[in-house]
Design a binder for this molecule. Structure first.
Ligand code: HEM
Length: 235
């Protein structure tokens, strides 16, 4: 799943060598999702629940595999990136981890700030369905746009002191889950994971130091390939 999840993200974005090399791997994921059936999945799991919905007629017949593909393709590499970013940011900003430890109510705001500060997907796309004027620039109908989510999250016209990592900021309007009717469909699950990680770090880690880490060259995600962490457990 890790290999598939990473490839599903690498095939998005510009058609470069990385995109081409990852198509066959992303194809394996697509093939698996096209052939999976309810009996392959554990009762009570999210995937099985999607097949249960199909059996009840809540979603169109034959759509369960495609929805599972969306979930696996969109929900693996992104959350992994956000969790690595969480550990790295709190390792570099111990005073911010202490704020969360002293006030666990800050956990949701802290995850929002991690997502704002280092967008797990720093670029995403849109197609202009009609000619539109954006900030004095005319975008023609049919144009493909690259939305620089990471840059938007650091816009000084919107966020005061945007390059500071501050868990008390509570930037609920960050763009890391996209925007509008097609905003991230898995953001509830992503938050559940992110909040659990931050709450556990605040509760269980007394001090933590992290290395610089090595980023994975990627078309759209911002992940760590390796990150050395030394942590002292709280008493
Ligand atoms: C921190 C983790 C995550 C981040 C940063 C993230 C980010 C995004 C972004 C930027 C989009 C595009 C939204 C737009 O076009 O406006 C998106 C779409 C989507 N995400 Fe996520 N995502 C995350 C986790 C997940 C998870 C866990 C799942 C599912 C289990 C998921 C499923 C989806 C799906 C299905 C879409 C397509 C929605 C549509 O086009 O209607 N994502 N996500």
């Amino acid at each position: 799943m890790l290999r598939w999840g990473q490839a599903a993200m690498q095939v998005l974005g510009p058609m470069n060598r990385r995109t081409g090399e990852n198509f066959p791997i992303a194809g394996e994921l697509y093939a698996w999702c096209s052939s999976v059936s309810a009996g392959d999945l554990a009762p009570g799991s999210i995937g099985r629940g999607i097949f249960d919905s199909e059996a009840r007629g809540d979603i169109p017949a034959g759509s369960a595999g495609h929805i599972i593909h969306q979930y696996l393709g969109a929900g693996v590499d992104t959350t992994i990136a956000s969790i690595g970013n969480t550990v790295a940011l709190f390792g570099r900003h111990p005073e911010q981890l202490k704020l969360v430890r002293d006030n666990p109510d800050l956990v949701p705001a802290a995850f929002a700030e991690v997502l704002r500060y280092w967008a797990p997907m720093h670029i995403w796309g849109r197609t202009a369905t009609r000619e539109v004027d954006i900030g004095g620039v005319t975008v023609p109908a049919g144009a493909q746009l690259g939305l620089l989510i990471g840059a938007g999250n650091h816009d000084p016209r919107h966020y005061e002191n945007p390059d500071a990592f501050e868990v008390s900021r509570n930037p609920v309007d960050h763009l890391s889950f996209g925007y509008g009717p097609h905003g991230c469909a898995g953001q509830g699950l992503a938050r559940l994971e992110g909040h659990a990680i931050i709450a556990a770090l605040a509760r269980r880690v007394k001090t933590m130091s992290v290395g610089n880490g090595e980023r994975i060259p990627s078309n759209i995600t911002r992940s760590f390939e390796t990150l050395n962490v030394a942590a002292v457990e709280a008493a």
